[in-house]
Design a protein. Structure first.
Length: 385
């Protein structure tokens, strides 16, 4: 959730069709193939994975992800990341940032290091919010597909790994706030247990009067103590807490900054989730708040990248908000965003992805699918240019 208004959905995403990175589909034919096959694919998917094509799930029937396929907590992600780094030293490099709470957040970079960096396209995928776990699950599954050749559930990947690892340098920050994620009361949010109000109260905290703790980029427990500490916040010293994507002292932001400093980044995709309460949609791309003030080339790339992600979602049967736009933030939220992001947005093309959270219409597996589709669409977009 980037902030501002929510929208959303009525989904029924189906599994992603063959993509241009699928070696079975020649580049350039993918769109045509996808269009032609869409009815067939929807029909197959209904049989193959019926949970994804229903309008709204029966709460009792929301399927929990199988063990080992939904890696979101630090004690699940860290061992896997370290295992990959030691198993594939020629393809994986890590940047790490310790947190005050005793965890380590990672930036995982994958590429074929036997090939020269020159000519490779650099992309950065990140996530700052502890209450949006499908973003982490999706990044971990894409990493598994790229490194192991199969998804975490054992399905072989259709991605052209040689092409991707040979032509890109992909950095993933799968969990920008491991302290917060470790405090999350649930591993996923599917709408069967908590109303959106309860969910957001847990995420952002409650006051002693029982109201929602006001959302702040940075706050001090010397000024005000919440009765319930929201797990979105990261404690950065003995009395201050930050929302990770709204403060440069967050662990998330330090990793993002270092990843951006490593070389020119063709596209930064920040992955989020929101509830889309009362909306027919289940996904959207948000353009930077200062989109109109950006250099023309960056503005165009932002718009085209967003369109590529929206197209990919439509092809899988999702219902994205049709057009990507900047979100209407209040002045206070804008102040945080300006301080953190203005200078970065001026030089690095950017997409903010939002996928439905805590709603019966988008169970965990579909949330993860939407995230993965946006990641692959971004990679394909950069490789096409
Ligand atoms: Zn978010």
């Amino acid at each position: 959730m980037q902030g501002g208004s929510n929208s959303t959905l009525k989904p029924d995403p189906v599994r992603m069709a063959n993509s241009p990175l699928d070696p079975t589909v020649p580049p350039g034919k993918a769109t045509l193939v996808s269009q032609r096959c869409v009815v067939y694919i929807a029909a197959v998917a209904a049989v193959w994975w019926p949970g994804l094509v229903r309008a709204e799930q029966d709460p009792a029937k929301i399927e929990s992800p199988a063990a080992g396929t939904w890696l979101v907590r630090p004690d699940q992600t860290e061992p896997k990341i370290l295992e990959w780094a030691s198993k594939y030293p020629e393809r994986v490099s890590l940047d790490a940032q310790k947190t005050l709470g005793g965890h380590t957040a990672y930036a995982v970079t994958v590429t074929d290091r036997s090939l020269d960096e020159k000519g490779k396209q650099r992309l950065l995928f990140s996530q700052p919010h502890a209450h949006e776990p499908a973003t982490t699950a999706g990044m971990m599954d894409v990493l598994a597909a790229l490194l192991e050749g199969q998804h975490l559930d054992g399905r072989p990947t259709k991605l052209d790994r040689r092409k991707i690892l040979g032509r890109t340098i992909l950095t993933f920050i799968p969990d920008g706030n491991p302290d917060g994620r470790a405090r999350a009361p649930e591993d996923w949010w599917a709408g069967q247990k908590h109303s959106n109000d309860e969910f957001i109260d847990l995420a952002f905290g409650r006051t002693k009067e029982g109201r929602r703790f006001p959302r702040q980029g940075r706050w001090s427990s010397n000024d005000r103590q919440p009765a319930l500490l929201g797990f979105v916040y990261e404690k950065i010293n003995d009395h201050e807490y930050v929302e990770p994507n709204r403060d440069r002292q967050s662990t998330f932001f330090k990793l993002v900054r270092r990843a951006l400093d490593r070389g020119p980044v063709a596209l930064h995709v920040d992955l989020h989730q929101t509830e889309f309460a009362g909306s027919q949609y289940n996904a959207m791309v948000i353009l930077p708040f200062l989109q109109k003030e950006l250099p023309e080339e960056i503005r165009d790339t932002n718009r085209q990248a967003a369109e590529a992600i929206l197209d990919a979602w439509r092809r899988m049967g999702a219902r994205p908000v049709p057009t990507a736009k900047p979100l209407g933030y209040g002045e206070e939220q804008l102040r945080y965003f300006r301080a953190c992001w203005s200078e970065i947005y001026m030089t690095v093309p950017h997409s903010t992805v939002e996928v439905q959270n805590n709603n019966l219409r988008t169970p965990p597996a579909a949330q993860m699918q939407l995230i993965e589709t946006s990641i692959i669409a971004a990679v394909e977009f950069v490789l096409r240019r």
